[in-house]
Design a protein around this ligand. Sequence first.
Ligand SMILES: *Cc1c(COP(=O)(O)O)cnc(C)c1O
Length: 248
Amino acid sequence: MDNGPDTPELELRTAALPAGPCERLHAVRHRINQAATQAGRDPASVHLLAVGKTFGADAVRALAACGQGRFGENYLQEALAKQAALAGLSLEWHFIGPVQSNKTRPIAERFAWVHGVDRLKIAERLSAQRPPDLPPLNVCLEVNISGEASKRGVAPDDLPALADAVARLPGLQLRGLMAIPAPSDDFLAQRAAFRRVRELYDALRARGYALDTLSMGMSGDLEAAILEGATLVRVGTALFGERIRKHA
Ligand SMILES: *Cc1c(COP(=O)(O)O)cnc(C)c1O
C-alpha cells in the first residue's frame, strides 16, 4: 500500500495527537459528534470501539480510566493477556481479527462480540463453544467489498445465505455487518465503499433480521463511515498513537 505524503493515514500519524489518553479520547469523540451531526444523526447512535492491538494493558487501563468501555483486539494471545491483567475492570471485549477455526473456543468463552465471522464453519464452532451460562455471543458478519484486494470477508453474493444460517445458530446473536474497505485517501471513494456495505445491511434488514450494528470506519475514515450509517467505529491509532511494533 502506498503511504505517500498526502495519504490521510500519514497525515494522521504525523499530525501531533493530543498527548494524554483522555485528550485523545475527547478528540475522537469530537470527530464522531461532528460527523454524526453533519449526517443528521444522534451522536449517541455511534459507538466507539477502542482498538488496542500491539498496545499493552496499561494503555487500555489508562483509556478505560477516561470512561472508555468497549475494546477491540485482533490477536488472541495478546488479548487474553490483557483481559487477565484487567480482570477487575468491567470492560466489553470485541474480537475483531480474522477467526481461525482452532482458536474459536477461547473467543467463544472470553469475548462479548466477534466482528470477523465470514464462514459458517466458524459460526458453528462459536455457537457450539459458547458457554450456556453466558449471554449469546454478538456476531457481525464480515463482508468483502474490495473484491480480490482482500482475502477477508464473505462475498456480497454469499451474504444472505450465510446470514440465514448464522441466525439459526443457538448461542449467537446476529447483530450486523463489519467491513474494512481498501484504504483510500479519496473521501468520496471512502463514502462509496461504506455505502455499499450499508446497502447490504439494509437488504438483510429487509429480509427480516433485527440488525442494529454496522461496524465500519477507522482512524482515517470514520467520518465517511458515519455519514454512511456506521453505528460502531473501530479506532486504534487516533486513540493509542501509531503502532510501532508488530504484535508478539
Ligand atoms: C487495527 C484495526 C482497526 C483500527 O485501525 P486504525 O487505523 O489504527 O484506527 C480497526 N479495525 C480492525 C479490524 C483493525 O485490525
